[in-house]
Design a protein around this ligand. Structure first.
Ligand code: S3P
Length: 436
């Protein structure tokens, strides 16, 4: 993002209060795309307030989908689905900072009767797209790129179904191919080596599609038949658990903390953080559990206790991919430290997150062992305030605001505005629940 702003975070004594999160980013992207290609209207309540999800809506508008943001509370978006045929865009599809937008939407535009140019900001332009280009090309689309990176020029085709074993563990790629599969001739079968978030599958069913999914070892196989039509729906999007992670970890830093989090997404493919934090000593109880359109939603009561260490590896690294930055940020304050392995994907996120985490932790005085696929951060360390950078990465900006709560002295975070990519109200909300 261009306008650089800085935020100063002062140490806190405790965390206490209630936080209701804006709608989950992963679900908001998928609902925005699927409501656009569904027949009839959809009403999406508690749509993510993040810039990334506004980017997806912007692209849908460029593809001829009409939608309005309703005034008043609740972040309601009404989308007028136009069915499977979208309109040729009159300008480039600007995916901004959002890998989810570019990767998942490519599965939809690959099936249209026109060519789309997909562009992104500086960070997105460095991110790998080969993972969608290869299978979509095998399905019949033509995609030109800059050696596997954006911009993408996608020329749509009548797609052929595919039987694809994903070499990269990625829910974005899985959703991209399921969306493309919806437009294809025959049955598409996707096999993932490790189970990733299943919002694509759940959302497709909510919009009326039928698909089969079956666990296979640590992985998963999903099948979708082409030619199915979607119908619009009304939904309330559960609070974003990856945004809640910052508050959960902030609460974990203080033995006397108390936090309530209503209407939180509890989808089991996203909730691994809760198990890990409980193993580390945070007391979490779920007081209400409901299901909305296949997604679990709960209310959490959280109390801080001791803070033991953790090792995150294998399937856990994939399941916690968005939460690792904040876990790393609290690691020095734990008793035994945190080790992260098998998380090389972090190097190709909005920033090289392994390098960003190591750099900021060291600036705060921490000892860190940086590795190719993760980090080892010893526990029992006291950090000091420092001048840090977000590296233009929303999750790095927010993670280090949490680390700053237990440091000695103030911490300045440059590029703090990047938090708005997923959570514009993050800093004021953090202020509301911290006691000094
Ligand atoms: C997402 C999947 C993950 C995650 C991203 C959102 C999704 O990316 O990091 O923030 O909504 O499917 P990958 O698919 O690249 O692992």
């Amino acid at each position: 993002m261009k306008n650089s702003s800085q935020v100063i975070v002062r140490p806190a004594r405790n965390v206490r209060g209630s936080v209701e999160l804006p709608g989950d980013k992963s679900i908001s992207h998928r609902y925005a795309m699927l409501s656009g290609i569904a027949e009839g209207p959809s009403r999406l309540e508690n749509y993510s307030t993040g810039a990334d999800c506004a980017t997806t809506l912007g692209c849908m508008r460029s593809l001829g989908v009409a939608w309005e943001r309703k005034g008043g509370a609740g972040n309601v978006i009404e989308v007028h689905g136009r069915g499977q045929s979208l309109a040729p865009p009159t300008a480039q599809l600007d995916c901004g900072n959002s890998g989810s937008t570019m990767r998942m939407l490519s599965g939809i535009v690959a099936a249209q009767k026109f060519t789309s140019e997909m562009i992104g900001d500086e960070s997105l332009s460095r991110r790998p797209m080969e993972r969608v280009i290869k299978p979509l090309t095998a399905m019949g689309a033509q995609i030109a790129s800059q050696e596997g990176k954006p911009p993408l020029r996608v020329t749509g085709a009548v797609l052929k179904a595919i039987d694809y074993k994903m070499p990269v563990v990625s829910a974005q790629v899985k959703s991209c191919l399921l969306f493309a599969g919806l437009f294809s001739d025959g049955e598409t079968r996707i096999e993932e080596p490790l189970r990733t978030r299943d919002h694509g599958e759940v959302a497709l069913r909510a919009f009326g599609a039928q698909l089969e999914s079956k666990s296979a070892g640590q992985g998963n196989v999903v099948r979708i038949r082409g030619g199915q039509r979607l119908r619009g729906m009304e939904a309330r999007i559960p609070g974003d658990i990856s945004s809640a992670a910052f508050f959960l970890c902030a609460a974990a830093l203080f033995p006397g903390s108390q936090l309530a989090i209503p209407n939180l997404l509890m989808n089991p493919t996203r909730a691994r953080l809760l198990d890990i934090l409980m193993q580390m000593g945070l007391c979490i109880s779920v007081t209400q559990l409901d299901e909305i359109h296949g997604e679990m939603v709960g209310t959490l009561q959280v109390e801080g206790g001791t803070l033991k260490g953790a090792t995150i590896a294998g399937g856990d690294s994939a399941a916690l991919i968005d939460e690792i930055p904040v876990l790393a940020a609290i690691a020095p304050y734990t008793e035994q430290g945190i080790e992260v392995r098998d998380a090389k994907e972090l190097r190709v996120k909005e920033s090289d997150r392994i390098a960003s985490m190591a750099r900021n932790l060291r600036l705060m005085g921490a000892q860190v062992d940086e590795r190719d696929d993760g980090l080892k951060i010893p526990g029992g360390q006291q950090l000091h305030g420092a001048e840090l950078d977000s590296f233009g990465d929303h999750r790095i900006a927010m993670a280090f605001a949490v680390a700053a709560l237990r440091a000695e002295g103030e911490t300045l975070i440059r590029g703090a505005e990047s938090a708005a990519i997923s959570y514009p109200a993050f800093f004021p909300t953090l202020e509301e629940v911290t006691e000094r």
